[in-house]
Design a protein around this ligand. Structure first.
Ligand code: MEV
Length: 431
C-alpha cells in the first residue's frame, strides 16, 4: 500500500472516501461510514459521560505521504483548524526523500502517585516503605489480572521525600506500572488506591492523594527526520535559505518561553488531531507535553532542528505520549476504531510512534512557513471559506466569496456579508 494519493485534495468528498477504501483494503467499509455519519450515536454518547443531549463533531481529514519506520501509513486527523492536515501531508512528502520518519516509543510505563501526610519522621518512613517494596509491588500486581496476563503490571516503586512544601515535608510514592496497550489511567489509579491502606500501616502516616501523573516521562516517544536541503527550495527561496531559516526559528523557541509556547502549540496541532481521532485523552497528552517541555526548570522547545554533515535538514521530537488502543473511547467510539484500523496499528507504542512523527511534520510545516512567506497565505483560502460560511453563504457561493476575499486580501465577516448580498442580488455576477 502507499500513503501517496495524487490529487486527493482536489477530489470531491465521496471520491476521497473511495480512494481511502482502495488505498487501505484492511479498512472495513462500515467503519469508514463511522466518519461519514459523525461517528458516534447519541445513545453511545449517553453511556460515556453525564447529562448527554447530543454529540459534537469535528472535521476528519487524512494526512497523506507518511512513511513511519519504513511503513506507509494514512493518518486520520480530527481538527477544526485549516492548513494543519495539508501542512503535515506536505512535509511528509518532503520527508520521503530521506526515508520518512524514524520513531521509537518506550515501554508503556505510567507513574501513579501516592501522597503520605502526617509523618513524625518522613525520612525513616521513606526507608521503611523501601523495605516492603517487593510485597507492595506484588499487591499492586494483583489489581488487574488481565493486564498481568498480557505482560503488564507493577514494575517498580520509588519513594520521594518532598521537603520544600507549604505544609512541611511529606512523602510521595511513585508506583511504576506497565499498562501495555492501554492509556492506563484506570489501572494505575486502581493500583494506587489498593496500596493506600498498606502504605499507611508501613509508614504510620495518612495517605492523601492517589492518582496517576500526566508527566509520563517513562513513556516517551521520539521521532527524527532528515530532509535534503534542495527539497526545501520553493519560489524565490533556495533550499539552504529555507533550512537555515527553520534552524533560526527553532533557536528562537529553544531560547525563549514566549516563542516556545507557540512553537509547541504547532507541534500539538498535529499530535492532538491524531490523539482525538483515535479517541484518546488529549488533555493528558497536552499536560504531559508541556510539563516535559519545562523539565529543566525553563520552558523550552520540544523539538530540535539542525543540519548534518551533508547539509541536510535534520529534526527530532521527544515527548511523553500516553495513548492507548484498548479501553475507553478508543474501543467504544466507532470513528476511533476506524482510525486505528486505517493506520493498521497493533500496539499503543506503534500508535505513539505515528503520533510523534505527525507532531514533527507539523512543527516543520509551521517553521517552514514562518521562516519564509509567513503562515497567512497558506491559511487564507480555507479561512476565507469558513468566514464565507459564517456570513451565511452556501453551495457555490462559499468558493466565490472566499476567492474574492483572498484576491482582495480582506478576509472579514463584514466583507463576506457584503459580497453575499452583492452575489445574491445579482446571481450572474462573476465575482
Ligand atoms: C498555529 O496554530 C500554529 C503556529 O503558530 C505554530 C508556530 O508558530 O510554530 C503556526
Amino acid at each position: 500500500m502507499t500513503s501517496r494519493i495524487p490529487h486527493f485534495y482536489d477530489l470531491p468528498l465521496q471520491e476521497r472516501r473511495q480512494k481511502i477504501l482502495e488505498a487501505a483494503p484492511a479498512l472495513k467499509p462500515e467503519l469508514l461510514a463511522a466518519w461519514s455519519e459523525g461517528g458516534l450515536a447519541a445513545e453511545t454518547a449517553d453511556s460515556m459521560i453525564e447529562n448527554v443531549i447530543g454529540v459534537h463533531s469535528l472535521p476528519l481529514g487524512i494526512a497523506l505521504n507518511f512513511i513511519v519506520n519504513g511503513r506507509e501509513v494514512l493518518i486520520p486527523m480530527a481538527i477544526e483548524e485549516p492548513s494543519v492536515v495539508a501542512g503535515a501531508s506536505f512535509m511528509a512528502k518532503l520527508a520521503r526523500a530521506g526515508g520518512g520518519f524514524f520513531a521509537t516509543a518506550d515501554p508503556p510505563q505510567m507513574i501513579g502517585q501516592i501522597q503520605i501526610l502526617g509523618l513524625a519522621d518522613p525520612p525513616s518512613a521513606r526507608l521503611r516503605i523501601y523495605e516492603h517494596k517487593a510485597e507492595l509491588l506484588a499487591e499492586a500486581d494483583e489489581v488487574d489480572p488481565l493486564l498481568k496476563r498480557l505482560g503488564g503490571g507493577a514494575r517498580d516503586l520509588q519513594v520521594r521525600l518532598i521537603e520544600d512544601s507549604p505544609i512541611g515535608p511529606f512523602l510521595v510514592v511513585h508506583l511504576i506500572y506497565d499498562v501495555r496497550d492501554a492509556m492506563g489511567a484506570n489501572a494505575v489509579n486502581t493500583a494506587c488506591e489498593r496500596l493506600a491502606p498498606r502504605l499507611e500501616q508501613i509508614s504510620g502516616g495518612k495517605v492523601h492523594l492517589r492518582i496517576l501523573s500526566n508527566l509520563a516521562d517513562r513513556r516517551l516517544a521520539r521521532a527524527r527526520v532528515r530532509i535534503p536541503a534542495e527539497a526545501l527550495a520553493f519560489d524565490e527561496y533556495t533550499g539552504e535559505e529555507v533550512r537555515d531559516g527553520i534552524i533560526a526559528a527553532w533557536a528562537f523557541a529553544a531560547a525563549d518561553p514566549y516563542r516556545a509556547a507557540t512553537h509547541n502549540k504547532g507541534i500539538m496541532n498535529g499530535i492532538d488531531a491524531v490523539v482525538i481521532a483515535t479517541g484518546n485523552d488529549w488533555r493528558a497528552v497536552e499536560a504531559g507535553a508541556h510539563a516535559y517541555a519545562a523539565r529543566s526548570g525553563r520552558y523550552t522547545s520540544l523539538s530540535a532542528w539542525g543540519k548534518d554533515e551533508q547539509g541536510h535538514l535534520v529534526g527530532s521530537l521527544e515527548l511523553p505520549l500516553a495513548v492507548g488502543i484498548v479501553g475507553g473511547a478508543t474501543k467504544v467510539h466507532p470513528a476511533a476504531r476506524a482510525a486505528i484500523q486505517l493506520m493498521g496499528v497493533k500496539t499503543a507504542a506503534e500508535l505513539a510512534e505515528i503520533i510523534v512523527s505527525v507532531g514533527l511534520a507539523q512543527n516543520l510545516a509551521a517553521l517552514r512557513a514562518l521562516a519564509t512567506e509567513g503562515i497567512q497565505r497558506g491559511h487564507m483560502s480555507l479561512h476565507a471559506r469558513q468566514v464565507a460560511i459564517a456570513a451565511g453563504a452556501s453551495g457555490e457561493l462559499i468558493e466565490k466569496i472566499a476567492a474574492r476575499m483572498v484576491a482582495e486580501r480582506t478576509i472579514r465577516i463584514d466583507r463576506a456579508e457584503e459580497l453575499l448580498r452583492e452575489f445574491t442580488s445579482n446571481p450572474s455576477h462573476e465575482g
